[in-house]
Design a protein around this ligand. Structure first.
Ligand code: GLA
Length: 460
């Protein structure tokens, strides 16, 4: 993709026929609420990550695809510099503020804080002194806290809205980069996978996404397989716990301790991927280095300080607010997961591209190994995700794994397309029918998905 490709701006009649009614309905709701018509719509999809979990923030490539579920914002600019945010879901409260001056709450990340992140990111990037005011009605179909990236879809949709409303031209690659950075205003130190696929996705294609510099290459998925999303029915908001940032810190400390042991300027090496580049070492070599450097049991703060030759104060200064309390760091297991998962992504891509007989089983095995590594080494699974992925395997999936940050949310399974109806029925009876709460609204929890298109603007 050329580095300056822009998000497509389409006419209203280019909205897919099956979606037209939703936009008509949104227009009516917008008028009822704001007393005027929306001028444009922005749409940003959620995503499912097929393989490569918790490695984007270490600098390693990932392999996601966009899904049909999305965030749509109906928008009308105003000259009063007022920002009015309303959601079609009545449980998400409305919010109004001046568009020039607002704070983003890290304590209680409500939906509109993600919108604020996207608006602020673009305003800062473009040094907008006087961004136009905006009335925005948001409608989302990505389930929240489900590992399908509803938060990044909100951030990206808001970023795109700010760009279009202020007549700016920012490339998809830049938008992805800005939105990845500005989502961190919420306090989670995520990588760039979600925002990249949101802008760079193309219908019918999964993408291999690499970072530094950001680029996305098509991955041809094997024919006759389908990807099924299975919600574990356990919610997990990564910004409201410290699990996520704790893993980021553990990876960084593992990286810096190995860098120091190899006499590198360790303060400058913060990501395991950069360490590998500096050492000019293979992934196998990095896995060996992990085994030779770390004991299997957790490290205390005192031990980490000793290895890095820093005071506890210095160590604390490098931690985020929500990881200051962490007393134990599992350096061996976290680093082992990162390097092995990075290797699985490369193998997955290679197998897809070679498309040989028997590739389904090989891809499924990689997905199963990825789940086991997330569960045992990275400890980002949960009993329900383990249960639903096992139900998928028993129901005949080639492979199944948690997707997204984990600790709850969704799994993804790879299934023979001709087998999808039987598979869905079988997982339904093995996992969902056990519990009325799991079973309610089942079609939104257990469904087949195909690679969807990336973000887009529609004129109203
Ligand atoms: C979240 C983050 C991503 C990525 C995944 C885990 O979705 O936003 O950057 O780290 O978790 O793979």
């Amino acid at each position: 993709m050329s580095t300056n490709t822009l998000v497509p701006v389409l006419e209203r009649n280019q909205i897919h026929a099956s979606m037209k009614e939703r936009y008509v309905d949104l227009t009516k709701k917008f008028e009822a609420h704001f007393g005027c018509k929306p001028v444009f719509f922005c749409r940003a999809p959620g995503r499912v990550n097929l393989i490569g979990e918790h490695i984007d923030y270490c600098g390693y490539s990932v392999l996601p695809m966009a899904i049909q579920q999305d965030i749509v914002m109906a928008v009308c600019p105003n000259q009063s510099q007022q920002l009015n945010l309303v959601n079609t879901n009545p449980t998400f409260k409305s919010f109004s503020t001046s568009i020039r001056n607002f704070t983003i709450s890290k304590e209680k990340p409500e939906w509109f804080n993600y919108v604020l992140c996207g608006l602020k990111g673009i305003a800062e990037f473009s040094k907008l002194d006087k961004p136009v005011g905006l009335s925005i009605l948001t409608d989302g179909t990505v389930p929240k806290s489900a590992g399908l990236s509803s938060s990044s879809a909100l951030v990206c949709c808001a970023g795109l809205t700010m760009m279009y409303a202020n007549d700016l031209n920012i490339s998809k690659l830049e938008l992805a980069d800005i939105c990845a950075k500005c989502e961190q205003y919420i306090g989670t130190e995520g990588g760039g996978m979600d925002q990249s696929i949101c802008f760079l996705a193309e219908a019918g294609k999964a993408k291999h996404i690499e970072f530094n510099p950001l680029r996305a290459t098509d991955v041809t998925l094997p024919s006759a397989v389908s990807f099924i999303i299975c919600n574990s029915c356990t919610e997990m908001n990564k910004a409201s716990t410290s699990h996520f940032n704790q893993r980021v810190v553990e990876d960084r400390l593992a990286c810096q301790i190995m860098a120091k042991s190899k006499n590198l300027d360790w303060k400058k090496v913060r990501r395991l991927g950069d360490l590998q580049v500096s050492l000019e070492c293979s992934i196998e070599g990095m896995l060996e280095l992990v085994d030779n450097t770390f004991k299997r049991t957790p490290y205390s703060k005192v031990e980490v300080c000793k290895l890095l030759d820093v005071s506890e104060q210095e160590l604390n200064a490098s931690l985020s607010d929500n990881t200051l309390h962490v007393q134990e760091f599992k350096l061996h297991d976290r680093a082992k997961h990162v390097f092995s998962e990075a290797s699985r992504v490369i193998q997955f891509k290679k197998i897809c591209n070679e498309a040989q007989d028997g590739c389904h089983k090989l891809l499924g095995d990689l997905m199963n190994q990825s789940h086991a590594s997330c569960r045992d080494l990275y400890e980002c699974s949960c009993p329900e995700l383990d249960e639903v992925t096992e139900a998928c395997r028993q129901a005949g999936a080639f492979g199944a794994r948690l997707t997204g940050a984990g600790w709850g949310g969704c799994a993804v399974a790879m299934v023979q397309t001709s087998d999808v109806p039987n598979f869905i029925q079988s997982v339904h009876s093995k996992f969902y029918s056990k519990d009325a709460k799991r079973e309610s609204n089942i079609d939104a929890k257990l469904f087949a998905t195909v690679p969807g298109r990336g973000a887009v603007v529609y004129k109203a």
